[in-house]
Design a binder for this molecule. Structure first.
Ligand code: SF4
Length: 448
């Protein structure tokens, strides 16, 4: 399958995304941006492990000097990895940080509460990016499209593609084309359909921006890896995708081997549109990634199985993984669930955490998984912050959202039902609520 031809997007002095360049691997810090020492240390660790872009959250204007200092220290240490500022809910912060970093990710769904104001602010933002040579990601997420779009199109893949096209059209009108676009969802079917429609619409428009792929809030462990591989590989097989982030509810360095595996897979499977050399065969490419973080052979086999069978299930080429495929029952179940063809356990939505996270997200998520494993088919979210978490878990039946300060809010179908619960009690309270609502038997920690 030939790669879809896209515009080149230049990020910093030496990195180009799209236009046939090898798929770029990126990740995001989960340190607090105001903790400059920790964020510098983590950025160095990520760059050394192969991250070609490092994203850092910038929650407000007060954090712009922090990211400027982080960049200064990285460059002084000889680390030139381009930095991406991640912006939610503050268009002024996006405008202020644009001269400081190589790239800014904005979420159109929360750029400004008023749609016309959002458009006006976006025009200002693009002018600053153009002046400073800063790249942009228009990063929409299924869970945070904004009322303006969902009132028109529902909360659908079509809505995601249409929303993206509106913002991309503004970039074209502003003659600013240094733009990458993403349409992430935690539901692999939604994610794949949205990117496909977007790719088709951009091709019809005659201006194709590079696409950043990711299954958002994929969770962690085997299931997070499998889900990411199923969704991302399905698109890579169709020639879609120029940069990848695998989101795991784990230390971000763990994301890189999976993303590298997928990027090499994409390169091996695809030829460039004009037939130029550029195909990297997996066996050769993997020699360049023999660091200690690279997956073991067993993990490779798991990723291979997800990459092979998941896209076939997603595309409905098959209904089951063949019995003679040589997979364990566990792996078959996980791939079937990642492709949303059969649910044998709860479906989890868990964000990877970032500088907004105010509690031990990974440990909490693992505990929630342990205590809710019997609730087959239920959708349970564990989110790192109260600012962005509730919007991003729109599909969840139940949500556990950290407020910070040791407190948690529990959501039921997008509505907060218990606020300010001490985190030591929050999982018990969540299970009591689930029992009361569904009749499910709660599990106490001692049952396990
Ligand atoms: Fe960060 Fe998670 Fe909040 Fe998203 S939901 S901003 S990843 S803490």
């Amino acid at each position: 399958m030939a790669r879809i031809e896209t515009l080149p997007v230049r990020v910093g002095d030496s990195l180009v995304i799209g236009a046939g360049h090898p798929v770029v691997v990126q990740t995001m810090c989960n340190t607090h941006t105001s903790d400059v020492d920790a964020t510098v240390a983590q950025s160095l660790e990520l760059a050394a492990a192969g991250a070609q872009l490092v994203r850092i959250t910038v929650p407000g204007r007060q954090d712009v000097p922090h990211i400027a200092e982080i960049k200064r220290r990285l460059r002084a240490a000889g680390c030139n990895v381009p930095l991406v500022a991640d912006i939610h809910f503050s268009s002024e912060t996006a405008i202020e940080v644009a001269p400081v970093v190589e790239k800014v990710r904005i979420n159109p769904g929360n750029f400004h509460p008023d749609h016309e104001q959002a458009r006006a602010q976006f025009a200002r933002f693009l002018a600053v990016c153009k002046e400073h040579g800063t790249a942009v990601r228009v990063g929409l997420n299924h869970g945070s499209l904004g009322r303006y779009i969902t009132d028109r199109y529902g909360n659908t893949p079509h809505a995601m593609a249409m929303a993206a096209m509106e913002w991309l059209e503004m970039c074209i009108e502003a003659d600013f084309l240094n733009v990458v676009v993403s349409l992430k969802a935690s539901n692999t079917v939604v994610m794949v359909e949205a990117y496909r429609e977007l790719a088709r619409r951009m091709q019809e428009r005659g201006v194709v921006f590079p696409m950043h792929l990711g299954v958002t809030e994929a969770g962690g462990g085997d299931s997070g890896r499998i889900k990411s591989c199923v969704g991302i590989a399905a698109l890579l097989q169709e020639g879609i995708g120029d940069t990848i982030r695998v989101s795991l509810t784990e230390p971000p360095v763990n994301e890189l081997p999976v993303a590298q595996y997928l990027a090499q897979y994409g390169a091996a499977e695809r030829s460039l549109p004009d037939g130029r050399p550029g195909i990297i065969f997996r066996a050769a490419a993997r020699k360049t990634n023999s660091g200690s973080a690279f997956p073991s052979a067993a993990q490779d086999a798991m990723l291979d199985a997800a990459i092979l069978w998941g896209p076939k299930l997603l595309k409905r080429e098959i209904d089951e993984i063949p019995a003679d495929a040589g997979l364990s029952e566990y792996l078959r179940d996980e791939i079937m669930q990642a492709a949303r063809r059969r649910f044998y356990r709860p479906e989890y939505i868990a964000c990877p955490g970032c500088g907004r996270t105010m509690y031990d997200l990974q440990t909490t998520f693992e505990e929630v998984q342990r205590r809710t494993a019997h609730l087959k088919g239920m959708v349970i979210a564990v989110m790192g912050c109260i600012v962005n978490g509730p919007g991003e878990m729109a599909d969840a039946d139940w949500g556990y959202v950290g407020e910070g300060g040791g407190k948690v809010t529990i959501y039921h179908r997008s509505k907060p039902v218990l606020r300010h619960i001490p985190d030591s009690e929050a999982i018990d309270r969540l299970l009591e609520l689930i029992e009361a609502e569904s009749g499910a038997t709660p599990r106490t920690a001692t049952d396990l």
